[in-house]
Design a protein. Structure first.
Length: 355
């Protein structure tokens, strides 16, 4: 039964990709709430420039994850969508509102009208709610309290609104904010807006510290709130957890000393290790404590055809996505660096050298 684990690993990779790049987009919406003062307009312009035109591409990973889970592990999929109907519905509504509000405010409304201000708030609030409820849903799965037999019904909140799930949900928001702040620091460095560099550098440090505190609180709650996850972490994922912490410290260090591109690579790596630690800790369960990877797997013929389809799809999708990011992000950044007439804001005292 190696095939189910291979497919599950690929699906977990898509989860990591969505959490990283989609999470950075959500985090940018969170920082929209703090876009105030004389630099508010430039902060929004920086956020729009960082997100577009590649932001919608990140939903490819979410669609792939949902379709792949439905195809490869149908019984687990049915349990999750029934029991977690309300948080998943909130996440869906938040994703739709976030995407539509971003388009309306960026391309549909060119002036600062009351309607544009409304869409700004919709963009921010939906960017806050979506990672919150997704994190709470993930924590509910990890807690091992989801019923898997009998007459399954949508839970109104008894399972997915607990101290543990709220902690992990808030941690997901803080992680998204950290990702976005570091990404925006790099964007501001490329456009030589030094005051915004300092602003998002400080925000990255604060959000990273909040993420670490909430992560520690989640670990403290895990022995009683998610005992299976805690036991799995101690048995076969402790090294990954320690490495994740070390990478987190390295990320904070590089942000503090101004190595922002290195920090961007490290925060992506930290997100991957964080979700990887969860996945390894939960093995062999998809939904603890009864639904295992093998018991939830579909027919072998279906799994094999799905794997072939995934290989073909990845061969087409990954190079295309790489080329998209190369054209609109890397080449665009190089163009900004080479322009001689880019407005440069006043140098801020105490700013570390930009690496």
């Amino acid at each position: 039964m190696i095939l189910p684990y291979i497919i599950l690993s690929i699906l977990w990779f898509s989860l990591i990709a969505y959490a990283t790049f989609g999470g950075a987009d959500f985090g940018a919406g969170v920082w929209e709430l703090f876009a105030t003062g004389i630099t508010a307009k430039r902060q929004r312009a920086l956020i729009d420039r960082a997100i577009g035109p590649v932001w919608e591409t990140n939903h490819v990973w979410l669609v792939f994850l949902v379709v792949g889970l439905f195809s490869a592990f149908p019984s687990a999929f049915s349990i999750l969508v029934i029991v977690l109907f309300y948080p998943l519905t909130l996440a869906l509504i938040g994703s739709v509102l976030r995407g539509s509000s971003f388009i309306f405010r960026t391309h549909g409304l060119r002036t600062q009208s009351p309607a544009s201000l409304v869409w700004n708030r919709v963009f921010s609030v939906s960017s806050l709610i979506t990672p919150l409820v997704l994190g709470m849903g993930a924590a509910t799965v990890a807690s091992g309290r989801i019923p898997t037999t009998g007459n399954l019904q949508a839970d109104f909140g008894a399972l997915w609104i607990t101290p543990f799930t709220l902690t992990i949900g808030c941690m997901a928001v803080a992680l998204c904010a950290t990702l976005a702040a570091i990404f925006l620091t790099v964007e501001a460095t490329n456009s030589k807006e030094d005051d915004l560099v300092v602003m998002f550098r400080l925000r990255a440090l604060i959000a990273g510290a909040i993420t670490a505190v909430l992560g520690a609180l989640g670990l403290a709650l895990a022995p009683t709130e998610a005992p299976i996850l805690w036991g799995g972490m101690l048995n076969h994922a402790l090294v990954l957890v320690i490495v994740t912490m070390v990478i987190g410290l390295a990320t904070a260090t590089t942000v503090f000393f101004g190595y922002y591109r290195i920090a961007r690579a490290l925060i992506v790596t930290e997100t991957a290790f964080l979700l990887g630690s969860w996945g390894v800790s939960q093995i062999p369960y998809i939904i603890p404590p009864h639904v295992t990877v093998e018991s939830a797997a579909g027919a072998p013929s279906t799994m094999l055809l799905l794997l072939i389809g995934i290989c073909i799809g990845m061969a087409l999708t990954l190079p295309s996505m790489f080329f998209l990011f190369y054209v609109f992000k890397f080449q665009g950044s190089m163009g900004l660096l080479q322009q001689g007439d880019v407005p440069r804001s006043k140098q801020v005292e105490g700013l570390p050298s930009l690496k």
